[in-house]
Design a protein around this ligand. Sequence first.
Ligand SMILES: [Zn+2]
Length: 205
Amino acid sequence: MKLAMTTTACLMTILITAALLASGCDADNGSAKEKTMNNKTASATGSAGTQACVLNPDGTPVCGEEHWKAKTDEEWRKTLTPEQYRVARQAGTERAFTGKYWNEHRSGTYVCAACGQPLFSSETKFDSGTGWPSFWEPIKKEAVSTHTDSAYGMDRTEVKCSQCSAHLGHVFDDGPAPTGLRYCMNSAVLDLKLAEGQKSEAPKK
Ligand SMILES: [Zn+2]
């Protein structure tokens, strides 16, 4: 039931937002509430552990919001493109079929565009038909943290980079085997590090 509802909600959103030329399954509002579920120290919530986080000189981990706050907003705006900032920090969503990776099939590792942490392997990428790069599993459990997102009357699960707490997208339970999960990500906050021997030019859309 939940699966069907999620799928329906997603499809409805796609239909509605296609008409509005806005976004799709990862509804965009530019103001999704930042959930500060992260503790000050190690836990970037849920399955996220300390391994993904950079360390202070004294060995204490810095991750999640704390990692993000190590730079000022101004500095992040200079580091990131406006689109990256909008997605990563304001939980925005790129329009479907417009990102650079929805139709990407080369091998490599997708890292966080904000902090460089490896997030997804091309081996778990699949064609979801949604227009967003989709994966059935993160490269390791600790790489992402998940947060409840009840915006728009939908129960969705927001996915963030566990190291810097950049918003990445959402995860749904209508993905393929073996996990049955669909990590619906935004290309803007991903950076593909190509495996050796892969061509560097982007595929044609
Ligand atoms: Zn990050």
